[in-house]
Design a protein around this ligand. Structure first.
Ligand code: ZN
Ligand code: ZN
Length: 209
């Protein structure tokens, strides 16, 4: 399956535990059978800080990524430890442009359980891996899935994220494999019909009821 494709790049933006990058890389290669490379770190995206919200604008960071191009890589996932938002949501765990090249994963809200107590690191890294694979799914044109037992199901909070499995349902898995086999030149023809807003594990759910 698409072994000749350029690899997926994983890059930290500012201080991120190295193990988080390794966990993401291992999951991408293990679950999606893609080659992965961890890239030299980039700077913390201070340029995207919003003084009114005390958060970082995910769209601005992705735009900055686009200007760097990363031509040796098919997809690039940036990992950071900053609170991300997109204008219509209170926060997001990750962000990706549908069918695009760049995605973000934020560890900022992944370290605590729903009751506010600190989570064990094994659980934190499982969440990081889930958000990264989910965002990568968006980059490969997957949209949100109605099936609760699917990685592409959207989540409104950390509890939803913990209940979301790390695997794709049969439908999404088939779509994903087809997408990989056909290659990016066929991207347009494979777009799923209904457009759903970009991000995922944020507070988007209430906007879609
Ligand atoms: Zn699915
Ligand atoms: Zn999503």
């Amino acid at each position: 399956m698409s072994l000749k494709k350029r690899p997926v790049g994983v890059v930290s933006l500012g201080e991120v535990p190295e193990i988080a990058l390794k966990v993401i890389a291992a999951h991408i290669s293990g679950y999606f059978n893609l080659s992965v490379q961890i890239l030299p770190p980039l700077e913390h995206p201070e340029y995207a800080f919003d003084k009114r919200r005390f958060q970082y604008n995910a769209g601005i960071i992705i735009k900055a990524f686009e200007s760097k191009r990363f031509t040796d890589y098919d997809k690039v996932i940036g990992v950071l430890n900053a609170d991300l938002f997109i204008p219509i949501f209170t926060h997001v765990f990750g962000e990706a442009k549908q069918g695009g090249k760049f995605a973000l994963v934020s560890m900022f809200r992944l370290g605590k359980d729903p009751d506010g107590s600190p989570s064990p690191s094994s659980l934190i890294y499982e969440r990081v891996a889930k958000v990264a694979l989910h965002e990568l799914g968006h980059l490969f044109n997957l949209l949100h899935c109605r099936e609760k037992k699917c990685l592409m199901h959207f989540s409104g909070g950390i509890q939803d994220l913990d209940e979301t499995p790390i695997y794709l349902c049969r439908y999404c898995s088939t779509f994903f494999k087809d997408r990989l086999l056909l290659g990016s030149d066929k991207e347009e023809s494979l777009k799923q019909p209904d457009k759903i807003p970009l991000d995922l594990f944020g507070s988007e759910e209430r906007f879609r009821q």
